[in-house]
Design a protein around this ligand. Structure first.
Ligand SMILES: [Zn+2]
Length: 79
């Protein structure tokens, strides 16, 4: 049984589980890149959805409860 498989909030599509190699996930504390992570992707508009367990993992990393195995440097620029 999938954590996802529900109607998209933004269109008429259905959200399906997909495991992504690398997904940057924003949280109010910051951004974490999770690798090999199962997320929900709308098959029509492509919107991404994150299950509560995934967001808990992101929060645990950002609060150093379970520190990340490595850190990336990300360039930032005003467009
Ligand atoms: Zn959609």
């Amino acid at each position: 049984m999938s954590l996802y498989d529900f109607p998209c909030e933004y269109c008429e599509g259905m959200v399906r589980e997909r495991t992504l190699d690398r997904e940057p996930i924003s949280h109010h504390r910051g951004i974490v890149v999770l690798e090999n992570v199962p997320i929900g992707v709308c098959e029509h508009c492509g919107a991404h959805y994150y299950a509560a367990a995934v967001l808990k993992r992101v929060e645990a990393i950002l609060t150093s409860t379970t520190p990340a195995s490595r850190t990336l440097q990300v360039p930032v620029e005003v467009y």
